[in-house]
Design a protein around this ligand. Structure first.
Ligand SMILES: Cc1cc2nc3c(=O)[nH]c(=O)nc-3n(C[C@H](O)[C@H](O)[C@H](O)COP(=O)(O)O)c2cc1C
Length: 246
């Protein structure tokens, strides 16, 4: 027969385990990075930003500063009216269907606009999923049979270079957030909403002198698998972002 002392000891251990269990579980939750307060005073006036907006073809490998990353995400699709929870990008029926996954060297993070923070989804560098081998040019594009100039041996080709950018933003629309409409309509709204977030990114980058390019090219199947996306979540566009190449 166990002694009363032993029974008490077991009881105390169980009570302590019960009390501290939530703390332990919380400590093991996903890694979260609180972003800096966005700086809403910076950048070129909107007409000057429009005047220099262009899709980049070259990428610096230098990491973005934490302020630049914070401002980029807020401009892309952050909350600009906390009272209503509405965002810098409009969305059909205010469905707020576009999520931004942030691919950086140490992992993939989901941008949480409400808390202006990043929540880790997958660890490790996954940026190579945005490399898409160049498709053969259709006969109608450019001179028939003309190939783009071959880069010097060992140099990354333009499409490969996007994986050198320190940040790639992936725009994913979740069409289950549209409360009305048939599938075709939902896909159309998804594309429109994603295009608007994309333009926010392009204009922000033009305004503060960062390089970016909207791209539909990416390995969608592997991205779906990696991020465990639902059927209703559509990865539609990606944006490599970097400083200007010196
Ligand atoms: C919906 C969309 C998809 C695009 N997909 C790609 C792509 O997969 N790869 C790429 O290099 N550029 C892509 N682009 C960039 C276009 O090639 C670029 O915007 C176009 O050449 C015009 O150049 P500009 O943006 O400098 O005006 C895409 C642009 C848009 C709007």
């Amino acid at each position: 027969m166990p002694s009363t002392n032993f029974k008490n000891h077991v009881l105390v251990t169980l009570i302590l385990a019960f009390l501290f269990c939530p703390l332990v579980l919380r400590a093991q939750g996903p890694k979260t990075i609180k972003l800096n307060e966005p700086n809403k005073e910076r950048g070129l006036p909107v007409m000057a930003a429009l005047a220099v907006r262009a899709s980049a073809t070259e990428w610096s490998t230098r990491d973005l500063s934490s302020q630049d990353l914070s401002d980029l995400l807020w401009a892309a699709n952050g909350i600009n009216r906390p009272d209503s929870g509405k965002k810098t990008a409009p969305s059909a029926m205010n469905a707020q269907d576009v999520d931004i996954y942030v691919f950086i060297k140490d992992g993939v993070y989901l941008y949480e606009a409400k808390s202006h923070s990043l929540v880790e989804v997958v660890a490790g560098d996954q940026r190579s999923l945005f490399f898409q081998p160049r498709r053969p040019r259709p006969a109608t594009a450019g001179q028939p049979g003309q190939q783009p100039p071959t880069p010097p041996a060992g140099a990354p080709r333009p499409q490969e270079q996007v994986t050198m950018a320190p940040v790639v933003l992936l725009l994913v629309s979740d069409i289950s957030r549209f409360r009305a409409g048939n599938d075709d309509q939902k896909k159309e709204w998804a594309a429109l909403d994603t295009g608007i977030v994309s333009q926010n990114i392009s204009l922000f980058c033009a305004g503060i002198g960062l390089n970016t390019r909207p791209r539909s090219g990416m390995d969608r199947d592997k991205i779906r698998e990696l991020l465990k996306l639902k059927e209703t979540q559509l990865p539609l566009l990606n944006h490599p972002v970097s400083y200007k190449k010196q």
